[in-house]
Design a protein around this ligand. Structure first.
Ligand code: FES
Length: 107
């Protein structure tokens, strides 16, 4: 069982067994609103998440993420939820700039 904790959504825990979908797909299948302006195609950075723990458990950065890492739109501790699959436990946070106005976030 893989567990993903979203720290600033009241420590919301998502878990699954089997082969992983993207974290964005997992979030959506749990009915959590998450920014994804390009529809999960790796063409924006609105689905960005800060990885607090477990970066080593995530799939390697895709070509789209490498482009954003090189041009500075993604930091070393950030990933795109639509491009990332968790193969083991991790803890993430939603960055301030990608928070949705109608959602309630915690510290
Ligand atoms: S939704 Fe646009 S890059 Fe992930």
């Amino acid at each position: 069982m893989v567990k993903i904790v979203i720290e600033n959504l009241a420590q919301k825990e998502l878990s699954y067994k089997g082969s992983p979908n993207s974290i964005l797909q997992l979030v959506q299948s749990n009915f959590i609103d998450w920014m994804h302006a390009c529809g999960g195609k790796g063409r924006c950075t609105t689905c960005k998440m800060i990885v607090v723990k477990g970066m080593e458990n995530l799939s390697p950065p895709t070509a789209a993420e490498m482009k954003y890492l090189i041009d500075g739109q993604l930091a070393e501790n950030e990933r795109l939820a639509c491009q990332t699959r968790a193969q083991g436990n991790c803890r993430v946070r939603i960055p301030d700039e990608n928070k949705m106005p109608h959602m309630i976030y915690t510290s």
